[in-house]
Ligand binder design. Structure first.
Ligand SMILES: [Zn+2]
Length: 90
């Protein structure tokens, strides 16, 4: 990720859940689950993903195929390291 959206959203949501009183037990935190890791060069980068559910003949269990997003779904910044560098230069 080339932005702080995930951590900022997790913090904001955690705070709202704490204030809401919706849960009987104390809230420790909220974590976004739709994240994946992509090998970019020699380093792994975090990206948001949408999971595709595959239906197979004769099988109840539906395997998931994660599709990584090229752009942050919250702020629109490219999630690819090389693209972010280009966008900053221009
Ligand atoms: Zn973002």
């Amino acid at each position: 990720m080339n932005c702080d959206c995930i951590s900022e959203i997790e913090q904001r949501v955690t705070q709202k859940i704490k204030e809401s009183g919706d849960f009987k037990k104390p809230v420790k935190g909220a974590r976004m689950k739709e994240l994946g890791f992509v090998l970019s060069g020699s380093t792994f980068t975090t990206r948001t993903v949408t999971n595709l559910e595959v239906e197979l003949e004769g099988q109840k269990k539906k395997p998931l195929i994660p599709m990584t997003h090229n752009y942050c779904p919250f702020c629109g910044v490219s999630q690819r390291p090389e693209k972010a560098a280009e966008e900053k230069e221009s």
